[in-house]
Design a protein around this ligand. Structure first.
Ligand code: ZN
Length: 388
């Protein structure tokens, strides 16, 4: 079944080779989807016929968002913790344990239902590719269960047994690192593509993180790192050293961290919905972009440090608070996320890409930042099939 979407006022291909500027924009354009892929883009008047047709009526079509960082397999929420924090209590990584307790107590079906609810919520907001981490089980069986359930909804599954040291290993973090790198890795690697570690004060230091990432790499997983979120630290440079696809957060960066990112293929993935929800300073996207680093935006959707599933919200924050232009932010939320997941088939709308797209109830991508909080998603296609 083929589909032509014509009358597109602004087609953001997110492929500079396919149109004007860094977003590869075409005006008065059309796109043809066939067999789940983008088959053609060009002038609306020149569009070939297809089995079905949609008139975009001058609105903006862009790639589905690629949310390259999310924690969606969990139970319960931490609304009370958020309310307390907003009245003056600082955020500490230990809050993760609250969710671990609730997750361990939940049935498979309860975890699955919550996960599917969140993925559907993301789709309604234009997100068509989602990465999903484990990290709220923290035993061999519980972590295996989390990656297995995550793999039901996405191929981008990340094993994050090294999220925080669980209570059973208080006083013995080395023992927990051995478990994560050994039995837990063996149980989880078959369901995962990525290995991640929370390299931070209160979580795992550089040596522990290196051990986990190396064990993951030996099991066939590709590293990504939670780095430099709560303060300066070794996470970003470790990510670069280990050939990670992405260093995520990048809130507190030394010049050497920026240089390391700029001279490596490791993407700096910025998660401003977390800074919004924790009242921490926002990462300096302008500094990274000016240095030549690749930048992605993602939600980090999780019940503790930031429970937004909205990529449009992240785009708006990046423009308002982090020195990004609307075009840079939209590119980071689409092609940037794809790069952070080492995917060439998503995050762009040029021939050969997956037919993952969103139609905005707006004439331009700028409206994503210009009209924050407004539900602009009018329609969403994934693999050429209408989702919303
Ligand atoms: Zn995270």
């Amino acid at each position: 079944m083929s589909l032509v979407i014509h009358g597109i006022g602004e087609l953001v291909t997110a492929d500079p080779a396919a149109g004007d500027g860094p977003l590869g924009v075409l005006r008065d354009a059309a796109v043809v989807f066939d067999g789940g892929r983008v088959a053609w883009v060009g002038a609306s008047g020149a569009a070939p016929a297809a089995d079905e047709a949609v008139d975009a009526r001058g609105r903006c079509l862009l790639p589905g968002f690629v949310d390259s960082h999310a924690h969606l397999v969990f139970a319960g929420d931490r609304a009370d913790e958020f309310a307390a924090r907003m009245t003056g209590r600082p955020y500490a990584a230990g809050g993760i344990r609250t969710t671990v307790e609730a997750t361990r107590a939940a049935s498979d079906d309860a975890l699955r239902a919550n996960l599917r609810r969140l993925v559907a919520e993301m789709a309604r907001q234009g997100t068509t590719t989602v990465e999903c981490k484990s990290g709220y089980g923290l035993t061999v069986e519980q972590e295996r269960r989390c990656v297995r359930i995550a793999a039901e909804v996405t191929g981008e599954v990340t094993f994050l047994g090294a999220h925080v040291v669980p209570p059973e290993y208080d006083g013995d973090p080395g023992g927990y690192v051995r478990l994560v790198s050994g039995a837990m890795m063996a149980a989880c690697a078959p369901y995962a593509r990525w290995i991640d570690v929370f390299c931070e004060r209160g979580a795992f230091d550089a040596a522990q993180a290196r051990t986990v990432l190396a064990a993951g790499a030996a099991a066939g997983l590709v590293p990504r790192v939670h780095a430099n979120q709560l303060g300066p630290g070794p996470g970003v440079r470790l990510a670069v050293e280990m050939g990670a696809a992405s260093a995520d957060h990048c809130t507190f960066l030394a010049d050497a961290d920026v240089d390391a990112l700029a001279s490596s293929p490791t993407v700096a993935t910025l998660l401003p919905a977390v800074e919004f929800s924790t009242r921490q300073p926002y990462p300096d996207a302008r500094r990274l972009l000016d240095a030549g680093a690749a930048v992605a935006l993602a939600t980090d959707c999780n019940p503790g440090s930031g429970y937004s599933s909205s990529m449009a919200f992240c785009v708006a924050l990046a423009v308002r608070e982090m020195g990004m232009s609307p075009a840079e932010a939209v590119l980071a939320a689409t092609a940037g996320g794809a790069r952070a997941l080492r995917r060439g088939d998503v995050g762009r709308l040029s021939p050969g890409a997956r037919a993952d797209a969103q139609l905005l109830d707006a004439p331009s991508h700028i409206h994503l930042a210009y009209r924050p909080g407004v539900p602009l998603t009018a329609a969403v296609w994934k693999d050429g099939v209408r989702q919303v």
